[in-house]
Design a protein around this ligand. Sequence first.
Ligand SMILES: [Mg+2]
Length: 315
Amino acid sequence: MELEFLRWLREAIPPSPRIPLGIGDDAALLTETTGKQTVVTTDMLMDGVDFRLIDHLPVHLGRKALAVNLSDLAAMGARPVAAFVSFALPSLGRDEQELPRKLIEGLLPLAAEFECPIAGGDTNSWLGPLVISITVIGEVDVGQAWLRSGARPGDGILVTGAFGGSIRGRHLTFTPRVREALQLQSMGVEVHAAIDVSDGLSLDLSRICDASGCGARLDLSTIPIHPDTEPKRLSPDGSLTVYLTDKSPLEAALSDGEDFELILAVPPAVAAELLRTQPLGVPLTQIGWFTAERGLTQQLPDGSVLPLAPRGYEH
Ligand SMILES: [Mg+2]
């Protein structure tokens, strides 16, 4: 199976000047760029833990497995270079090439869109469930990677896009914010810290705070709440879908995972300029600011301050 699959895979992947030697030898060769640091991220998705194969189309899972890695590169302010894709495939006893082909077909359009060709990987079959492991290599100008640890008291908390309700479909179809990150980098915008929201807005924000040794104060009236958090939805054909949830839209925006938007810490003057000019294709919103005092807090309209517990998906 492996040989025929590899032949198919090699034909499916467009050539890249950065990858003089990709799939087919003992290892791949990547051409270095002077003045760049290499950024490496890896993510493993397991049937029964991170998804359920019976609930999802393999093309969607393949796309998502690459997209979550690209989102991590975006959170570092890095440009994608190459992806390495490995599957542990359940022994199905029938057309065993169909599943890996569907997974690859799902991720190829995203790989093309973000110029991140597959340069290698591995496939094995076993009696266990499907496991997808993807490693993505990226690059960033030396010293210019966005870390979680650089936020300073007074920095504005900016976010891309809107939050909550991703389980209705966006957790599969989201666009990793690679373009936005690279645009901010090319504009020379001073970003002190960043993270992508995989586990929940408030929880991932608290991770920047922990890494930076500071706290954050949120103005909850400014949180961009995604329409997917609404408990009812009217379809264009007039049919009404009611979603059962015990979360308010605001609670969902603060705690639902898999939005894959970016949280950025930027100096106040830079935040003001970005909010005024809105240079990205997606909206930027300021939801609060970092504080010297540790912990998350919320500021109420009357100016009073209450603690805010970070919530989200804990691994
Ligand atoms: Mg991340």
